[in-house]
Ligand binder design. Structure first.
Ligand code: SAM
Length: 264
């Protein structure tokens, strides 16, 4: 009896069946990679090429049925296979040094996966992943475009982003409703932003959550009723601001908060 994994929509399971594409994704990770984590092995189409690499490798999969399938087809996978939820994984417990991430991600939680990677940015050197094409374009987008948003700014602050290639829906079983794309994120040299990073995130989120409003209007969510002094960004919309503009804006907001505390 051939074993089969029933695709589960709730887990974003669209299994890639095109082995050439899987091989191309596996080869998109840097040649000098030593430690690699795959997210969502599924039926192992990508895992097969990763297991061939002479590196420290682990893969995490949440679905018990896929886990049983993977153990069967890769008898040597043993402790390279982690059964669990990447979003709850303590990555520092499984690797004691920086690592890279690869995967055909479950599209329904791809943003959460990126936020977790950003939380671990000092450990994650490189990410090669397949995601929904629209999300890939957004992440790679430059300021001035309608699709430039929260993830573009937060990721581009710490990673260089490359859009590698587009993948047609017919490459999957079952085919997703959307096109897919593979992107590569490479950690840049920025260790810390030149501002309070928590406030930076808050400023980026507050302004893009009301992307049709001017910065002046959106900032009220953070600054409350405080009078906002003149600033070159106030009449603009968030999509025209670069990462360094957001750093400057964050420092402006912080100074405003500090000044008003001093007065009160
Ligand atoms: N790598 C396989 C492929 O290319 O065919 C599967 C890709 S499928 C788009 C995404 C995989 O991620 C599924 O196998 C799914 O079960 C798994 N997954 C979903 N949520 C997960 C989570 N929170 N942690 C780990 N794996 C997850």
């Amino acid at each position: 009896m051939t074993m089969y994994v029933r695709p589960k929509k709730s887990l974003g399971q669209h299994f890639l069946h095109d082995r050439q594409i899987a091989e191309r994704i596996a080869h998109s990770i840097a040649d000098n990679t030593e430690t690699l984590l795959e997210i969502g092995a599924g039926t192992g189409v990508l895992t097969e090429f990763l297991l061939e690499k002479d590196i420290h490798f682990k893969t995490i999969e949440i679905d018990g049925e896929s886990i049983a399938f993977l153990r069967k087809i890769f008898p040597d996978i043993k402790n390279k296979l982690i059964e669990g939820d990447f979003l709850k994984l303590n990555v520092r417990e499984i690797f004691d040094k920086p690592f890279s991430v690869i995967g055909n991600l479950p599209y329904n939680i791809s943003s959460q996966i990126f936020f977790k990677i950003l939380d671990e940015k000092d450990y994650v050197r490189e990410v090669v992943c397949m995601i929904q094409k629209e999300v890939a374009e957004r992440i790679a987008e430059k300021p001035g475009s309608k699709t430039y948003g929260i993830l573009s700014v937060l990721i581009q602050a710490f990673y260089d982003v490359e859009y590698l290639f587009t993948v047609h829906e017919n490459a999957f079983t079952p085919p997703p409703k959307v096109k897919s794309a593979v992107i590569r994120l490479t950690r840049n040299a920025v260790k810390h932003l030149n501002c309070n990073e928590t406030l930076f995130k808050k400023t980026v989120k507050a302004t893009f959550n009301q992307r049709r409003k001017t910065i002046r209007n959106s900032l009220k969510l953070i600054t409350g009723d405080r009078a906002i002094p003149e600033n070159r960004f106030l009449t603009l919309r968030p999509e025209v601001l670069s990462v360094s503009d957001f750093v400057e804006l964050t420092n402006f907001v912080e100074n405003l908060l500090i000044a008003s505390q001093l007065v009160n």
